[in-house]
Unconditional design. Sequence first.
Length: 355
Amino acid sequence: MTDKRDEFLTDDASNAVMANTTSGVMAEDFVKSNNDIAKEPEMQRESKNFWQDAWSQLKRNKLAVVGMIGLIIILILALVGPLMSSHDYAEQDVDRRNLPAKIPVLDQLSFLPFDGEGAQGVDAYKEAGVKENFWFGTDQLGRDLWSRTWQGAQVSLFIGVVAALLDIFIGVVYGAISGFFGGRVDNVMQRIIEIVASIPTLIVVILFVLIFEPSIWTIILAMAITGWIGMSRVVRGEFLKLKTQEFVMASRTLGSSKLKLIFKHILPNTLGAIVVTSMFTVPNAIFFEAFLSFIGIGVPAPRTSLGSLVNDGRAMLLIHPHELFIPALVLSLLILFFYLFSDGLRDAFDPKMRK
């Protein structure tokens, strides 16, 4: 007489075999491995912090790397470029005015625009009796465009970086206080932002230039009056998101002060957004300064900027186009490299963009 349990076990086993056969998997397919698991090499991944992970992501973005390398090259040329010339950026000589670009070795190649020939195909350096070479040529006052271009790049970079630093400082402090306290404090501070944002930046700059003497610091302070608003809104949004997190509530429970919560616990977690926003702020400040110089209310003479050089070359466009195209090209590349690098930073700091 057969035991009922044996019948059930037999039925279960046969059903399992039938199920495996139906699904295409046979019992013989399961073969025990003879490998010793203890001797298998361990698969370990190198641990990375937030900044190391962002750097590895940034290196994979080829356009961001191109932007970073381009910025480094322009920065080096802006620092050492004027020192490579024997002429000061403000030195004038009417005997060598409007000379085209001429670079040694490259001047032997007639298909490149560095052979020193003018618009008529004549060697302008021989006609002017000038024996030395000017790599970017000279302007209508005989000033060396190489020195002036990189001196102008220095001024443009200085204005952009300092204005961005002021925007970061004011925007971070203002946005952190507004986002952390919230409620009535946040409402009042946001209404103030709306009032300041309603004032056109160009009008503020014009008023500053009329009231104070035109200078680099006048332009920087005028740009900083409204430039910090975007940064403050970014920081406020990050604080509103992070102040309810568990680590903040734990620190509050342990008795941390409000200043410690703001600057030690929450603010370090917003550095990614701050860095990305500041990298977009710098080219915006450079472009705005170039616009102010182009319309004649920028850096006063004899100091120059890329915008001033573009404005000076505009009058000579049809006769000596190199006086416009060279500073315009440097300005365009500078802003382009900043945007490529900033876009790569944004992707590197965004977890959704990581693969």
